[in-house]
Write a protein that binds this ligand. Structure first.
Ligand code: PEP
Length: 253
């Protein structure tokens, strides 16, 4: 996969999975990276916050980055149970997922909230991975582009750049279901997102990575990653199995 405008990023989202013994998955990914993968792909693992420190230690002196799965928009304060971008950065995290559909669905996160969190990530020097995606109903009603463009328009802060922002297109109906859109459907959404991004941040939009997420597996990664404007993957389930995650990284390399 050479001749790309943007260096691909493969990001694993462990969600609420993983105990201390799961750091072995990070070690296996670290040990399984080939020179070609290291040269061609950025790799990120977002474990639960409880494991960030141990995962950061496990990837010391390797190109693998560690990130958070969520943050509070404020730097500190009376927000019991929340974690700020500064706290994630203090642990050695360099990325954070913002506005994952599970946060939107189960924690009522809004596009304005996503915007505030993206600003929080930037404030602490983290790269925010801003997630957008339509539900099954929205797709069936032909509203996919309207939905994801609106999520982007509100969520992405002005002045965002390729160092502090990654976009992830994750159709809600494709997450954890084994279903994926067709390559043509993904191409249409990613092209539209890049155009919308151009309206928000101008020419910098060409440099910002737009990941695809939703049931990416080693078996479909090559086809999905070959789609125009797809600059890597956000991976849930398959990121919990080192061999599968490595297979997806290989497909991007
Ligand atoms: C996700 O949770 O971001 C995701 C893409 O999950 P999965 O790969 O399991 O569909």
């Amino acid at each position: 996969m050479t001749g790309r405008l943007r260096r691909p990023l493969v990001a694993g989202n462990w969600k609420m999975n993983g105990l201390r013994e799961s750091v072995a998955i990070v070690e296996a990914v670290r040990n399984g990276l080939t020179p070609r993968m290291r040269e061609a792909v950025d790799v990120l693992i977002c474990p639960p916050s409880t494991l960030i420190s141990s995962c950061v230690a496990a990837v010391y002196d390797t190109p693998i980055a560690i990130g958070g799965q969520n943050l509070h928009a404020k730097a500190s304060g009376a927000f019991t149970g929340s974690i700020s971008a500064e706290m994630l950065a203090d642990l050695g995290a360099t990325y954070v997922i913002v506005g994952h559909s599970e946060r939107r669905a189960y924690h009522h996160e809004t596009d304005d909230g996503v915007h505030a969190k993206a600003l929080g990530a930037r404030r602490a020097g983290l790269c925010g991975i801003i997630c957008v995606g339509e539900t099954k109903e929205e797709r069936e009603e032909g509203r996919t582009l309207d939905i994801v463009r609106a999520q982007l328009a509100i969520g992405v802060p002005k002045g965002a750049n390729a160092r502090d922002t990654v976009i992830a297109y994750e159709p809600v109906w494709a997450i954890g279901t084994g279903l994926t859109p067709t390559p043509a459907d993904i191409a249409e959404v990613h092209a539209s997102l890049r155009e919308m991004l151009g309206q928000i941040i101008g020419s910098e939009a060409q440099k910002v990575r737009i990941l695809y997420g939703g049931s990416v597996k080693p078996g479909n990664a090559r086809e999905l990653m070959a789609v125009e404007n797809v600059d890597g993957a956000l991976v849930g389930g398959a990121s919990l199995v080192a061999e599968d995650f490595l297979g997806i990284i290989a497909a991007c390399a």
